[in-house]
Design a binder for this molecule. Sequence first.
Ligand code: G3H
Ligand code: 13P
Ligand code: ZN
Length: 311
Amino acid sequence: MALVTSTEMFKKAYEGGYAIGAFNVNNMEIVQGITEAAKLENAPLILQVSAGARKYAKHVYLMKLIEAAIADTDLPICVHLDHGPDFETCKSCVDGGFTSVMIDGSHYDFKKNIEVTKQVVDYAHDHGVVVEGELGKLEGVEDEVKVAAGEGSYTDPDQVQEFVEKTGVDSLAIAIGTSHGAYKFKPGTKPQLRFDILEEVERRLPGFPIVLHGASSVPQDFVKLINQYGGKMPDAIGVPEDMLRQAAKMAVCKINIDSDLRLAMTASIRQHFVEHPDHFDPRQYLGPGRDAIRAMVRHKLVDVLGCNGKA
Ligand code: G3H
Ligand code: 13P
Ligand code: ZN
């Protein structure tokens, strides 16, 4: 099995009423934890790399780790640039072997978003690479970009057809109330997503794959563990998993999850250090960290996304 684009995955996911998990990778243990889970569950997979991850680990290391994961698992894996900030970064990922890129023009006005997105689509399609665009602005922190509470904006369904037609994107990320990071909804409030917007987008773009960012659920067990073992996380609330299951049955074909993996790995490592204060070999705590990622991803594939057995 080689690297694949997401085209076939999305077609089957749309028809089958499930979604593909797109998980962020930054190092070997994360790549291994995710891909081992996908292998155990025979699930198609998108591994995504942010600009920050490329800076941290270097493009070539992440690419080689993903190639190794394909050789090891024989799974169809799509390697995707998450939140490409500009044409140059997208071009560098296309040239460097990625099969999918996101150009995040959501911070531009509609006209400029179309312009930069189309430039990326023209280049990527010439090289057999697919493109995700974004309309509407999510709140939260992602890389060095912070969109403050109250400054996000929902996707306007009136704009989606024109955006897709004029840019030629292969999938579209929309904003319906999810946000990046661990602090998505105010503690004590009831999390809500604008399913009416998703429905309207689906009606305007029949059969077209929609992407949901900021889809971590922030399991309370992990927040509690982190705090029990010396962490200081404020109350955090994520997207309820039943809402993600509902979105996956609709037009949402790709669901982005990063924070939940971070929580699982951090909780495990904190616990390990408290229980084994004498340990200093990184394998002693990174191994359990990898196991925690594998368990979290298996849960997402089977209980949330419904893509187990679909590879
Ligand atoms: O949406 C952003 C992802 O969680 C990636 O985060 O930019 O800190 O690597 P990062
Ligand atoms: P979370 O912060 O909710 O995991 O979202 C990740 C994401 O959208 C990556 O693009
Ligand atoms: Zn995102």
